[in-house]
Design a protein around this ligand. Structure first.
Ligand code: ADP
Length: 544
């Protein structure tokens, strides 16, 4: 017997319609490429999304077509998200920092028909144009003059909107219809497309707004310092629209501590989200300028392990709560968030910090398990570690148009994350390492994440990464690669001595090398692959 409840599909267009109706005056603030500040509201954005939806149809865009974006975080990108998915087409966000060859591969693989492009990326597109046969034209995100884009048909965003009605009868369709597409960075082989649906996107938005997830509400002013081309800015545009939270889009200067600080203070930001590297830049700026974080209540730090020293600095020096979170492109991205259980209030500060440093507990909608080499499930005791597997309605069931069976998915429907983790009796998951980053020394595992977390607690270090390098006796040993803070000195010996008493002796890195900067991905994560390449032939001191 079926329940007698309405079978209304969960559609992205309904999210923006709701926010227009209920939160129409709430602001969306954008820092534009030229540094100027633009202000609009959910009400206005809805009208413009309707106009864009109409204009795209006029260009011949049909349900299921892929419309790509090469753009920073701002209001036009927000409107594109809703308009493209709203008419049943697929919003394909492209990462402008990929190598040209990768962009060409991805655009052709997705068979994108139109590309919405920020003026600053026009030269890049012009260069790639001859190799993009599926592309019918580009929409330049401007109200100004149109540049020449490698012979492609070119339309101007504002000109397209002009004259279109500010109301659109959004189509209704199956909620499982594809809504957006994001390729993972593809550390092995070609990048792979993760194809989100309306249903997964709306359910993820509900999930992420829960009080013990990001706890987003209409009282929040949210600064997503996560690019909109990376997992839909962690789902923030949809989630914020769902609850009517103000959004502050940072534009292109995401790793600039001064810009972030100014936005936080001037826009009353209560929640800011980003990868650890971004917050290192902000904390360094605060340290040198002596400024504080005014209205900021909490940060969500994820995408890479958040060092305990960062959690402590945010709390003790600036009164800001850090919620450590874990996720993946394949998971829309939220998997776990770390909010404390009520009984943790009685723990000592050191114990509290230890708990808060884990990647967090599950959010309803994500089931987790860890398995050993034999595939058998391991206990949730905080000690046993194994392959972390997940399943749920916002986790990808397969990649977009890949040949052959997916190696990431078990027959019984679980997705292997490629992370190695423990889960404690309270359900708090802790990443030990990525399967491919784990260092195997004499057959025993060393967690590169744990060593990095300790290293960045050393005051002289701005950033640190640990990779395994070949060793004739132990197979692999840890090498610590560091960047010193500006104007500060430290020796190899001083840095290594800092590990004393914090980890087992055999975990202490064998050597330290100093770099001016670490290689980062477009989203600010350290590119360990690049480091491994750079230090492929590195000979450790006791192996010389
Ligand atoms: P990419 O692999 O393209 O960088 P993702 O953003 O999907 O893309 O990366 C997901 C991976 O990032 C996870 O599988 C995990 O290894 C790592 N990760 C994400 N959040 C955390 C975290 N809080 N701590 C440690 N690792 C994390």
């Amino acid at each position: 017997m079926y329940g007698l409840m309405m079978d209304r599909p969960l559609l992205i267009s309904d999210v923006l319609r709701f926010s227009r109706q209920n939160h129409g005056g709430v602001e969306l603030v954008s820092t534009m490429g030229d540094g100027s500040v633009h202000r609009t509201t959910y009400g206005q954005a809805y009208g413009r999304a309707c106009q864009l939806g109409g204009a795209l149809r006029g260009l011949g865009v049909k349900a299921g077509d892929r419309v790509a974006t090469l753009a920073w975080n701002d209001y036009r990108h927000f409107e594109i998200y809703f308009a493209v998915s709203g008419i049943g087409a697929i919003c394909h966000t492209l990462n402008p920092r990929l190598f040209p060859e990768q962009l060409i591969y991805i655009i052709n693989h997705a068979a994108d028909r139109w590309l919405c492009v920020d003026p600053m990326f026009v030269p890049l597109v012009a260069k790639l144009a001859p190799r993009l046969p599926t592309l019918e034209g580009v929409i330049v995100l401007t109200g100004g003059d149109l540049p020449e884009v490698g012979g492609l048909r070119t339309e101007g965003y504002e000109a397209l909107l002009e004259g279109q009605p500010e109301e659109l009868e959004w189509p209704e369709f199956d909620e499982r219809t594809a809504s957006s597409l994001c390729y993972t960075s593809g550390t092995t082989g070609n990048p792979k497309g993760v194809l989100y649906s309306h249903r997964s996107t709306v359910l993820h938005s509900f999930g992420i707004c829960l009080p013990d997830a990001a706890g987003i509400s209409m009282r929040d002013s949210v600064l997503p310092v996560v690019p909109m081309f990376h997992v839909n800015a962690w789902g923030m545009p949809y989630a914020c629209a769902m609850v009517g939270a103000k959004i502050v889009f940072p534009g292109p200067k995401m790793a600039d501590g001064e810009v972030l600080h100014r936005l936080i203070v001037s826009e009353g930001v209560t929640l800011a989200l980003g990868v650890p590297t971004i917050w290192l830049a902000l904390l360094q700026y605060l340290e040198t300028s002596g400024k504080d974080l005014g209205p900021l209540e909490r940060t969500i730090v994820g995408g890479a392990a958040c060092p305990p020293s960062m959690i402590r600095t945010f709390k003790e020096r600036y009164g800001v709560r850090t919620l450590h979170a874990w996720g993946m492109t394949e998971m829309s991205p939220i998997g776990t968030v770390n909010t404390p259980r009520p009984e943790y209030v009685n723990l000592s500060p050191a114990e509290k910090l230890e708990k808060a440093s884990k990647q967090g507990h599950g959010v309803f909608g994500v089931e987790m398990k860890i398995t050993g080499d034999d595939g058998k499930e391991l206990p949730w005791d905080g000690e046993a570690f194994g392959d972390l597997k997940v399943r749920g309605p916002w986790i990808c069931s397969d990649y977009y148009e890949v040949e052959g069976a997916s190696t990431s998915h078990d027959d019984d429907g679980w997705f292997a994350t490629g992370d190695v983790a423990t889960i404690d009796a309270d359900g708090y998951m802790q990443i030990v390492d990525r399967t491919k980053d784990v260092i195997k020394s004499g057959g025993e595992w060393i967690s590169s994440i744990e060593l990095e977390n300790i290293a960045v607690g050393y005051p002289a270090l701005a950033e640190a990464a640990v990779i395994g390098v070949r060793h004739s006796k132990w197979t692999e040993r840890p090498l610590l690669v560091v960047v010193l803070k500006e104007g500060v000195a430290a020796t190899r010996e001083e840095i290594l001595a800092y590990f004393g008493g914090k980890v087992a002796d055999w975990w202490v890195p064998d050597d330290v090398t100093f770099l001016d900067e670490l290689p980062h991905t477009a989203t600010g994560k350290v590119q360990k692959m690049e480091l491994r390449k750079t230090f492929a032939g590195y000979v450790l001191p006791d192996d010389r």
